[in-house]
Structure formats: structure tokens, C-alpha cells
Design a protein around this ligand. Sequence first.
Ligand SMILES: [Zn+2]
Length: 331
Amino acid sequence: MGSGFPARQSVWFVWGSSLLLATTLSACSSKAAQTAEPISVTSSPGPAQPAVSEASSAPTVNSARALQYIKETVAFGPRPIGSANHKKLEQYIVSHVKGEHVEYDSFTADTPEGKFPVRNIIAKFPGKKDGIIVIAGHYDTNYPLRNTGYVGANDGGSSTAMLLEIANQLRGRRRDGYSVWLLWTDGEEAVKQWSDTDSLYGVRHLAEKWQSDGTLKKIKAFLLADMIGDADLNVEREQNSTPWLEDLVLQAATRLGYQSHFYSRTTAIDDDHLPFVRRGVPSADLIDLDYGYGNVFHHTPQDTVDKLSPKSLQIVGNVILQTVWMLDKKN
Ligand SMILES: [Zn+2]
């Protein structure tokens, strides 16, 4: 399982003196070929210590708690759209942000496997500055693997948990910067085979809705987290993302001493940011699409909690929050 979704497009280009292979991939298709640059060795950079004093206001995540959220999420079992477990997870997420301003984008998706209820969950943390930063991640798990015991600890679990932990860091804090909206996206996964029409159900619906109601033009940045728990963390430089925003993410990572985990590979990935990128919203996909040697754990029942590390959750969570705080200071 987990193979047979070939990359749809490849392109060769030269970067510096080295020849790179960039491949258009979907976050939820398996990877056919990838990269090129020598992969930098991951190191343990130690506790987050902002090198610059102005950065000290960004909060940091509790990675042990984030890992615990993954365990609790995985304990529901497979969580594909339309399932009872999916419903339980919805309730789990909503109970976690009880008391916050929560909105839903619920609709029925027409898929190659029939009609399914889809529900994006949005928790809004208001800020003083005019504009919105969205932090997103999907909470559904792979549909075709629903009867294999597949629990998606990294693919689905890590993004769900990261947003829950970021909610803890935003809760009760007055924001002088932009409003932050946490978005648990639904129906990210294909039900049959990844294509433009069989994938990204939730965000395609939401991006259209936010375009028609005027929300979209207020979004300053869309930060997406997907598959960010891998113990061997190497976040891609993702070519569908907005270059200046990725540069800012790297600056944030560098401030925290985490830069060795970022951008040693360059890849184009189809993921939940696409409908927003296509509508002109600055977006960055923080994703490590090399999960196990040769991505062997991705979309297999091997995607389990033992492959993950709280350190990786700490790195990505802190970099996201640092990026938000840096965005607050931009005009
Ligand atoms: Zn997936």
C-alpha cells in the first residue's frame, strides 16, 4: 500500500553548481524521485534560544504535550472522512478550543467514492493589527488505507497535534500583532487516487468561500504544517510556496538555531496551501516528505508514533511561532 501514485511532473534545473531534480509531488502521494543536494546532517541544536533579543517575545511549544496529543489522536484509530473515528476527533479538537471563537466550514464533498461530510475547523485568536495569519494542518487520514490499521501518526496526526499545542500558546495572550486563525483542514487526502479533483476537498471549498466573502484579501500569510513529526527532520524548500515567506521561515529557523533542518532539499508538493497560493495568498508549506529512508513509512501502516520525535515537533512549532512573530513586525 502507499505506492502507485506516481509523481506527475519532473523538471531538471541547476542550482548553484549542483544539478537538482525537482519533482512535483502530492503531500499524500508517494514519492517517486527526489532531490539531489547533499542532505545536511541533522543535529540536536539544544534548547531554543533566540539569538536576537527582539525575538524573545515569541512563545515556544511544549513538545512533550504535542507528542501526547498525537498519541491521543492516533488512539482513535483510522480517521478517514465519513468515519465514526473522524467524528470523535472533530469533537476532541473542538473540546480543546472550547471558549475560543470557533467556526466551521461544513459541506458535502462529491468524491469518486460517493458523498462525504467534510468539516474544516477554525479557531480564531484576535490581534490588534489589521490582517490574519492562518496556521493550517489536516486532521483526516488516508481513505484507501482505512481498513489496514493505518493511523497516520505523522500524516494527519502531527499536524492535528501541532495546532492543538499552538492553541495552548495563543490562549489567553493578548496579541498586538495580526489575528491568528488555526485551521484544521479536512478532506486533504484523496479517496481514490490523487488528482486536482480527488484531493484537498476542504481547502478548495474554504478558499472559494473566503474569496467570495472578502476574507482572503486580509490573509497576510498561510503557514501549513504537514508530516512534521519525523524523528529525522528535513523540511523541504517547497516550490509551490511563496519564496519570500519561505525565506522568512528560514530566518526564523536560523534565529532559533534550527536551520540545519530546513531546505536541504527542494521539491514541489501539492498540499493544502495550493488553493490559497493560486488565489495570491502568500503561503509556505512546512513539510518533510522523506519519512523513513526513501519515504517508506509514508501512507503505510508503519506511520506510527515510534517513528516520531518531540524534538521535531519542537523545532517546527517554534519556527512557526517565531515566523508569526516576525510577520507581526512586517508592514
Ligand atoms: Zn497523506
